[in-house]
Design a protein around this ligand. Structure first.
Ligand code: GLN
Length: 226
């Protein structure tokens, strides 16, 4: 039966409430396994896609817009059951707990799903942005040709709350100011992927490729959820 076959192509949505969504759409459209990449702003639109990217931007603003427009419950339900990748602010939204300035912030609205604690703005302000070569486990050839990680007011993963469920994909290979070597900047937990950095701001589609393959494999193994 056709529907028992794993999909060869998927339709990917990019949350487009705020932030760097257009750049994700451009890169996703270059991948042969992506039949279409579209901006998502409503519950009707999100129901049409197989997987979702939550871009970088401002996590508090994105949550506020989703809540005010009534989209938050559908977004939260979608993320619980579909492959989703959060970059930077997107990863903050997928986390269970956030600290800023050393204290836990219980007021920030989160989608959750990634069993991690996030430290927001770990490297300081916008002018502290930098690029770091990264080896991301599973990302093609990145052990030889490092992936160009762009960090802009980036969060880091401070604590893994469920080590048996969370796979660490990438750690910093040297100190960056007060953020030490070994700090975790990419994780995967089942159908969820989180990266501190912004692959959509490079011309290197390898992390997008990784996510799309991860989503296709996950859908093939969890056909009822997709
Ligand atoms: N500092 C932003 C936040 O807390 C994230 C920055 C980014 O996405 N580039 O939401």
């Amino acid at each position: 039966m056709a529907q028992d076959q794993p999909p060869k192509q998927i339709r990917v949505g990019v949350l487009a409430l705020q932030g760097a969504f257009a750049e994700h759409i451009i890169l996703l459209k270059t991948l042969p396994q992506v039949s279409d990449a579209v901006a998502i702003r409503t519950a009707d639109e999100i129901a049409q896609v197989d997987a979702l990217v939550i871009p970088g931007g401002e996590s508090t603003t994105m949550a506020l817009i989703a809540e005010r427009s009534g989209f938050w419950p559908a977004l939260q339900e979608y993320v619980r059951t579909h492959p989703t990748w959060g970059t930077c602010a997107g990863m903050i939204l997928l986390s269970e707990r956030v600290t800023s300035g050393g204290t836990i912030n219980n007021d920030q609205k989160l989608l959750g799903g990634l069993s991690i604690t996030i430290k927001r703005n770990a490297f300081g302000s916008q002018k502290e942005s930098f690029e770091a070569g990264l080896h991301v486990a599973g990302v093609e050839n990145s052990e030889v040709q490092r992936f160009p990680g762009v960090f802009i007011r980036a969060p880091v993963i401070d604590e893994i709350l469920a080590p048996e469920k969370v796979e660490v994909l990438c750690q910093l290979e040297r100190d960056y100011k007060s953020t030490p070597k070994g700090t975790i900047v990419a994780v995967r937990q089942g159908h969820l992927l989180g990266t501190s950095f912004h692959p959509e701001l490079t011309r290197d589609a390898r992390v997008h490729q990784y996510f799309v393959k991860m989503a296709i494999d996950w859908i093939a193994n969890n056909p009822k959820s997709a």
